[in-house]
Design a protein around this ligand. Structure first.
Ligand code: SF4
Length: 472
């Protein structure tokens, strides 16, 4: 399938509306003695975080400033996620609160965008139940946000654009990023895999890879601005390049990025086990800047459930990949995703998942109780286990994994690790926090001026979820 690149003309049209918004914002500032404020909230995956950075980039160019507090904002936008039901419920809850805010601030503009509204039934629900929402647009209309927002402000009526398309890539949308030393770079969009529980291919469209030169240019620009850690992002990064008309795969791209001067660390996510080639494993092993960290979603250890999930690998094949990765890269940090309580899962199936956890000994896992998504094949399957049984299994799995996490972290005692300093620790304001090459969180005492720098830390106190250490 050919990738649609937003044409220069299409982006020029968006820029025309950015200029119009800017003029309008300038008039607002003269009249009110202050700049219009926008508040953005992001739900879901890193891809959404990256999209929000683009939304903020466009808003910033249009003259908006930002506030962390929705109550102070003139424009509130929620970039939503459709992967799990609780993320949707949170957005509906937020919209309920904004309804009251809008009664006292009638000029407030409320927008909902992203994966959740790309589903027609959700869009309808928002329009019926939350008719104070002014603007709704889907993932494919991101680049048109300036025009849609301008129309909303001028026409004073709800504007909706959830056009379904195979999707597009715009290389021109400005990005406003939060962190300078680390940056996420999208290398592809969409997914072709159609795992039966997942809504992503329906709301984000098919796989579209960016051209390598565009990715390289973006990374070089980031490096020139002080970024040293690059995380390559895509729903399934290791199928990168399959839709391009040049001969390149993900391993080739990694080698190219590894050669960019100024890049110190390269991470990537997410990888699908069925596309994890030997070539990629050797590339990870041989390229010094590629972090020795791999997130490899297992989802289930039962072959029956893996088949029901349409994952295209068996437990045995998955374990063979892990064995190979561990053999070639013994220091690898492994993480995974697990779904507990998939329809048709029995306790015997669940036990198979536990066995894989105990065999692989992941450094950490992201585990979820299955969330039914309307429109996916799995939503039509029946459950074997009761809610209570599923929750008990989930708790059992956490117990097993928590112990493994602790044991894996204890192995770090007295090791010297190089850490990229993120800043003040989220859990202890008196400490700094950073990450090792393998992605482990390290807390230590130090001066805030170390933010963005690489320091050597001796690990003195490994804990279950993080490591504590001393600057050396
Ligand atoms: S690989 Fe499967 S789980 Fe991941 S985005 Fe694609 S369909 Fe969803």
């Amino acid at each position: 399938m050919a990738t649609t690149i937003i044409t220069k003309e299409q982006w020029a049209e968006s820029e025309r509306f950015i200029a119009k918004l800017k003029e309008d914002n300038a008039r607002f500032a003269i009249k009110n003695g202050r700049t219009r404020l926008a508040h953005t909230e992001t739900y879901g995956c890193q891809q959404n975080v990256n999209d929000t950075e683009r939304i903020r980039g466009m808003l910033s160019e249009a003259g908006f400033e930002f506030t962390d507090d929705a109550e102070n904002a003139d424009f509130v936008i929620y970039n939503t996620c459709a992967v799990r039901e609780n993320a949707e419920q949170k957005v509906f809850g937020r919209l309920g609160i904004l309804k009251h805010l809008k009664e006292t601030h009638p000029d407030l503009i409320v927008a909902v965008c992203g994966c959740m509204v790309q589903q027609e039934h959700i869009c309808e629900k928002i329009r019926k139940v939350h008719n104070h929402v002014d603007l709704i647009f889907g993932t494919h209309a991101l680049y048109r946000m300036p025009e849609l927002l301008y129309r909303t402000m001028q026409e004073k009526k709800t504007v909706v654009d959830i056009t379904d398309s195979d999707g597009s890539i715009s290389e021109d949308i400005p990005i406003l990023r939060d962190k300078e030393e680390k940056a996420w770079v999208s290398i592809m969009y969409g997914c072709n895999n159609f795992c039966t529980y997942c809504i992503v291919p329906y709301v984000r469209g098919r796989e579209r890879s960016r051209k390598p030169q565009d990715i390289i240019n973006e990374i070089k620009e980031l490096v020139a601005g002080g970024t040293t850690e690059i995380s390559l992002l895509g729903q399934n990064v290791n199928s990168y390049g399959k839709d391009l008309d040049i001969d390149i795969d993900f391993a080739d791209l990694l080698r190219i990025v590894n050669d960019i001067e100024g890049v110190k660390r390269i991470r990537f996510m997410t990888s699908h086990p069925k596309d994890l080639s030997d070539k990629l494993i050797y590339t990870m092993r041989d390229c010094d800047k590629i972090c020795k960290q791999l997130h490899l979603p297992l989802q289930s250890g039962s072959d029956k459930i893996l088949k029901e999930m349409n994952r295209h690998y068996t437990k045995e094949q998955y374990i063979a990949i892990v064995d190979k990765v561990k053999k070639e890269i013994p220091e690898i940090t492994l993480t995974t995703d697990i779904i507990v309580g998939f329809p048709t899962e029995t306790t015997e199936d669940f036990e198979e998942t536990l066995k894989v956890l105990e065999y692989v000994r992941y450094d950490s896992i992201f585990s979820f109780i299955y969330s039914r998504r309307e429109g996916t094949p799995a939503s039509k399957l029946d459950f074997v286990l009761s809610d209570d049984e599923i929750h008990k299994n989930f708790d059992r799995m956490l117990q097993v994994q928590n112990q493994i996490c602790l044991e894996k972290n204890l192995e770090y005692k007295d090791r010297i690790e190089e850490v990229l300093v993120d800043g003040v620790s989220k859990t202890d304001k008196n400490m700094l926090s950073g990450r090792t090459d393998g992605g482990k969180i390290v807390n230590f005492t130090g001066d805030e001026s170390l933010k963005g720098k690489y320091v050597k830390i001796k690990i003195t106190n490994p804990k279950q979820w993080s490591l504590e250490g001393e600057l050396i």
